[in-house]
Write a protein that binds this ligand. Sequence first.
Ligand SMILES: [Zn+2]
Length: 412
Amino acid sequence: MAAVVATSVQSADNISVLGNKPRWDVLERYQQTITHGEFLHLIDDVYCTHGFAADLIDVSDDHARILMSRQAQKFFTLRFAADSATRKPVPRLWRPAKSLPAAMLEKPLSGLKVALDPGHLGGSWAKMEERWFQVGDTKPVQEGDLTLQVARLLAPRLRQLGAKVSLVRYGNEPTTAKRPDDFRQLARKILIANGVPQPRADVLEPGDPAKEQTIRWQSEILFYRYSEIRRRAVRVNFKLHPDVILCLHFNAEGWGDPSNPTLTETNHLHLLVNGSYLAEELEFDDQRFEMIRRLLSRALDEELPLANTVALAMVRETGLPPYEYPTTNSTTKVGTSGYLYARNLLATRLYRCPVVYCEPYVMNSKDVFARIQAGDYEGTRNVNGIERKSIFREYADSVADGLVDYYSKARQ
Ligand SMILES: [Zn+2]
């Protein structure tokens, strides 16, 4: 499941929650690395598909003028390359598949640096993260534990294929050193800024409809989502430096009461890459800057064919139909597989390398629930009337197959 809530606190700096001050000067390195046509295509079809205020980005024939600060009326000028022949090389720390040396047939991932990001925390944090449900006396379903189990199966498979693999987390311990109590003041400020003049300290009961307006709930989400993902990004960007990162998640449909969850017949698959920024997200100076930096890094050139190939391998293995978002308010379909969407999530935005974000399986579908209860096992077993692999191995195998398909072809 992906993050949905967008809390914000407006300040003079116009930076989103726990965000960093943009460093527009680093974009100087991208001068003349993109043509007018390429820039417009990426803005119109991928990153800014929901429009934006007229003064944010102004595109001329040979340059774009991007607002740095509305208050200071400062702009960044990006000069375009005249054409693709005179375009300067894009500076980046990650290596596109095409730039890797040809690989031996049995080691198609040799030398590739892959990071795996098992979504959420799981363990004793699962209830707080709202990634927990339990049917009667059965084993509770905790997304953060499921994603870690997949990462632990996937890592050795990728190593066997030649990749250098790191996990962004190895257990249930948070990456951030902060805890919810560290965010009580900020939570209070955010609630007041969002029209709750006297926020309550605590949630009254599990089903409390006003729980999102309590300091408890806000400080918890600041901890497990905003602080945690930002710390993971620091680890990925400044320590791990992968060529590609795979964010592993399980999806869900609304389950209602987590102690008496709704099980559904619905099951599906989709993958996400960064893009599809909302007009209000682009108003934040940091998000606008991060969007432009990502666009200029051309991560999408790698993400799109890679995610499409991984999607097709996952379909082949799982047989799942594509997820259709009920609205197009926050996502934009991209690529050719029918399974791929652009969306502005913290992880897809902040990890500075190609990011493929996987959302297979509806955890509270009857079939997936039965498979999760069956746990991990070798070979095949009859689960829910069908002979098949464990859901964890099916997930890991399908992602590994997708990487093999993509890199074997791209490195020929
Ligand atoms: Zn998730």
